[in-house]
Design a protein around this ligand. Structure first.
Ligand code: SF4
Ligand code: SF4
Length: 323
């Protein structure tokens, strides 16, 4: 049986998804036995020119991690789409924008002002900023253009499948590799993880009781047997797809939502806000005075980072409007 040709690529990514590939440990040897790896920037020195010379559709499956933040990310997404039979958004950044897309609360100018001028450790009296092209004595140099808005992979090219998680957990990665290498594929567009919400698999005792206030994780020692929400600690479990093996919950930390929304949910953050409103006393807003409601809501210190930490780019909101 001939080997499959596979490729890995990273765009606006932290590198964690590259490590997630190796987190399947010795199972990577089974992958190598069944597949030729044609491109993997973290491990191999494939040049962009080599990629451009490949015939269209010569890659059977390309696992693309990272969001689209620069012109280089977008150009490579388009080339890899052309060269690949199947393009897979691997990890939360490619799937939903993830942490890089929290930059959508700003724009390029605000980010450059902060990064190149305002940080406490920066000295930049000449106000030097990255330019997409500039002249040096050896000739003209081009660097990728930094975009105002971070996008998901499927906002720039057609995507066949999604592997969720920040990063995807070894069980999810291994199952996905097995499916691709065996040609045992679900319908196009599927997210390769269970459809249930994390709460449906969570072993903690849940009483759905009304809570009076919200605690940040460092403000209260959580009882490891009880549901975080019942204890007043925000846990994204009601709005998040299962499949991670509730690893954070086992470590006595609430879910932050990296597996993204479940199929019946259209907006993960909105779903969580609604779930939280139903356990917070704000549901009784007609009997609560405005000051009390404001006091409760003010306990959520970073609403976008709490409810849209991974999904801002793919949400209804997508970005902050900056005039
Ligand atoms: S999904 Fe998470 S682990 Fe993967 S590249 Fe993005 S931030 Fe890193
Ligand atoms: S909210 Fe969190 S802790 Fe509570 S049942 Fe759901 S996943 Fe478990």
């Amino acid at each position: 049986m001939s080997k499959a040709n596979i490729a890995f690529y990273w765009a606006a990514s932290c590198g964690g998804c590259e490590i997630a590939v190796l987190d399947i440990n010795e199972k990577i040897l089974d992958v190598i036995e069944k597949a030729n790896i044609l491109m993997w920037p973290v491990a191999m020195d494939t040049k962009y020119e080599d990629l451009k010379k490949m015939k269209d559709k010569s890659i059977d499956v390309c696992f693309f991690n990272g969001a689209i933040r620069t012109s280089e990310n977008e150009e490579l997404a388009k080339i890899l789409r052309k060269k690949s039979k199947l393009l897979v958004a691997f990890g939360s950044c490619a799937h939903e924008g993830c942490i890089p897309a929290l930059a959508n609360l700003f724009n390029k100018k605000l980010i450059f002002d902060r990064a190149y001028q305002e940080t406490e450790t920066t000295v930049n009296s000449e106000n030097t900023l990255p330019l997409p092209s500039f002249e040096v004595k050896e000739g003209e140099i081009h660097i990728p253009e930094f975009y105002d808005t971070v996008k998901t992979l499927d906002q720039v090219v057609d995507v066949d499948y999604y592997i969720p998680g920040c990063p995807p957990t070894p069980n999810i990665v291994e199952e996905a590799f097995n499916k691709f290498l065996a040609g045992d594929l679900p319908p196009k567009g599927a997210v390769l993880a269970p459809v249930k919400a994390l709460c449906d698999e969570c072993p903690r005792k849940k009483k759905d009781k009304m809570i009076e206030t919200i605690y940040r994780v460092y403000e209260k020692e959580a009882d490891p047997e009880k549901c975080f929400l019942d204890q007043g600690i925000i846990c994204m479990g009601p709005a998040t797809r299962s499949g991670c093996g509730h690893q954070c919950i086992k470590g006595n930390m609430p879910c932050t939502g990296c597996f993204g929304k479940t199929p019946e949910v259209t907006d993960q953050g909105a779903k969580m806000i609604s779930a939280l409103a139903s356990v917070l006393a704000v549901e009784n807003e007609l009997t609560l005075d405005e000051k009390k409601v404001e006091e409760l809501v003010s306990k959520i210190k970073d609403p976008v980072g709490t409810f849209y930490r991974y999904s801002l780019a793919s949400s209804f909101i997508k970005r902050k409007v900056i005039k």
